[in-house]
Write a protein of this length. Sequence first.
Length: 94
Amino acid sequence: MVVRSAQMPPIPEDLHLGADVFSSDGKNLGSLKEILVADGGYKLQHLVVLESPIASGHHWYQGANMLVHDLVVPADAIDTATHDRVVLKLDIPG
């Protein structure tokens, strides 16, 4: 298993749909839904993360499953990536 960090930027092959995505402070933000690459190339541009109800804060509300959003994260916000886990250089307040 290869773990890439800021010294080795992630490439699309490092990322697997459904992998858990975490903030730098360890909060589970959701799961990897899509990988966006540059037009006419294979350079990683963005990740689309299916936001977890806990990360969104909507887990307290009845019917919250309808309030889950997609988060678009720039590729340079990735700290590390493995087959089942992506850690971002970002944290979420609260």
